[in-house]
Write a protein that binds this ligand. Sequence first.
Ligand SMILES: O=P(O)(O)OC[C@H]1O[C@](O)(CO)[C@@H](O)[C@@H]1O
Length: 509
Amino acid sequence: MQAEWRELESAVKAAADVPLKTRFETEPGRLGRLAFDVAGLHIDLSKTHLDIPVVDAFETLAQAVDFRGERARLLHGQVVNATEGRAASHTAERGMGAPEHVRAADEARAAMRDVYDRIEGGAFGDVRHIIHIGIGGSFLGPALVIDALRKADMRYDVHIVSNIDGQALERALKQVDRTRTLLVTVSKSFSTLETMLNTESALAALGTDSKQRLIAVTAAPDRAAAFGVPRENILPFADTVGGRYSLWTGVGLAAVLALGWDSYDALLSGAAAMDRHFADAPLRENAPVMAAMMDLAYASVLGAETRAIFAYDERLALLPSFLQQLETESNGKLVDRDGKRLERGSAPVVWGGVGTDAQHAVFQLLHQGTHLIPAEFLAVREPGHRLGGAHHRHLLSNCIAQGAALMRGRSFEEAKAAGADDATAHAKTFPGDRPSATILLRRLDARTLGALLAFYEHRTFSFGALLEINSFDQMGVELGKDVARAIAEGDLGDLDPSSRDLLDRAGIL
Ligand SMILES: O=P(O)(O)OC[C@H]1O[C@](O)(CO)[C@@H](O)[C@@H]1O
């Protein structure tokens, strides 16, 4: 593998020496090769340092690391998460996978439909409010989906509570009529501290029969039953579905209730369309694979430590947070699948915000700062409001202008020609040649959103597979949890003096 990586590194470094803005003239057909239309998404990677030699080198690496074999193992339900000895079967939720995984997903969806119909039919009373309790992958996906597809006439008023800070639950409780509130606790493990404590406090606040109004969504149904959730209120899902890949399961129940079952079907069908593209398209026509190549070129070869995502659409404001978990928890790893220390960078820090707000906050650094930061812009062709064309025209113009300006830059001479003195002209010089990708959605509906989220899932997997890491475990979160548990139980062990002092000052000792 070393030879393939060396070849890739020299191709990427050579590509980085060629100014991006000159490439459209010198590389005929560049835009056509690096822009992809899939399932309602237009994905433009042409303002990046991907070029034919780089993609060739990635193809060679893909061959050497058996990328296609790993993809087949993922999509056929074989073990791809070796440390936990299991498959990653999220695509089975959309119909692609081992027959037993697809069957289990279908059964789980039938159980979900049954609970959905009981709620709609009044079995839990006249429900108006839903408090969804969960954290990490057990809330980011549903929260994003609700926010993105929010309708004026939402069927239920959904409050999502994740943080163990009691303020989060208290705020939600203040906004609901407790007699008309359904609790949906989502926890793959049904043992996560934050979720369990919030559930207990919510049950206490909702009164004596509150367990009857508790739905549990989990891969550990026996734990939920032991907790006292009525069996018919437990929605199981397979433990082969990773938390950050789980919004397609009953984890999305609150979103499905709020948006309607049809939206859920459409979300799954959009994801399924992306699954087919990922499974079938040749690597250099495969949008998630090509995007992963781009991510690796920057993070693992050129040393970019961050990657910035800006959604030029209020409805996608939660996307950077969702992707932060998806990408960093999946690929923020120190060792490869054999336990060998990685010789190159794994997942970059993912951060971002909404445009145009972010332009007035962090874009100075993007345009003139000293770090290499690949940026990603997302926008939707159809506006999500009825305020008239000016808002949308300016929004989209700003979005597209950022990528153009990052690439083009402004020379010292141009700044001088515009009348600046030398010192000011230096300050007004933009180096340019800064990479960005742009994703344009035709419209933001459930189907397109499903395709978009599946695109990111497969891109994350492809990054991990090319780097030969396990994208489906998250051992790095355990130590912090263990130390916190020990402290909460009063076991300070060999805790360092600084932390003891802080606990003392915080009033915990
Ligand atoms: O769904 P659970 O088991 O409550 O876990 C919540 C989150 O906690 C993590 O395990 C990390 O601590 C995430 O991977 C997961 O999404």
